[in-house]
Design a protein around this ligand. Sequence first.
Ligand code: PGA
Length: 239
Amino acid sequence: MSLRPLIAGNWKMNGRLAEVAPYAATLARLSGGRSCDLLVCPPAPLAAAMAAALEGSGIAVGGQDCHTAAKGAHTGDVAAEQLADVGCSHVIVGHSERRTDHGETDLVVRAKAEAALNAGLVPIVCVGETLAQRKAGQAAAVVRAQFDGSVPRSGAYVLAYEPVWAIGTGLTPSSQEIAEMHATLRSLAGAAVRLLYGGSVKPSNAVEILAIADVDGALVGGASLKAEEFWAIAEAVGP
Ligand code: PGA
């Protein structure tokens, strides 16, 4: 890996306030001599507490989504600036659960990525094919189209390849399949963009996945909920 690896945890709609301080303390203690960047993305109501609990640890905090607008009449949504205000440095945009549950299109995802950049956040833009698309031989074309439509037109971002069928299922693509998709994304995104793999990353497969060419880190869902397990994945980056 030529870029410093980034291991990002996505808590999704899990976690309670009482869990934040013990989690942060454990993660900070375990990761003292780390050779990667660490990022925790809790649900928005917990972001401020997480940022406070991780202060001084060098571990970053991110949101899981933001609105396309800086403010306004959008009940229930969160603005990128509000995430920045409470100590977030990153925000995930275009996660497949957002694309599926909320009908987010590439156009919307790009607008969210650009709203994040305007607020001083680094967007983590997610792309990935469904199982039907992979079986039909369309995985590369689908991901390429999502890339073309979703990444910000300028500014620094992180790209996450998350095959929809691997998220939360325990299934992962073969190393060869990950390598092929990441090579495609590298050619599209360039040398400076960190390319994360996401989808059922766990301590038992992290060494193999993180060793694949053009994999600069991982976006971890379920296995990020326990600090020890999340750290076991980050440790797989090696010294
Ligand atoms: P998972 O989720 O690790 O639970 O498969 C990954 C993600 O959705 O970011």
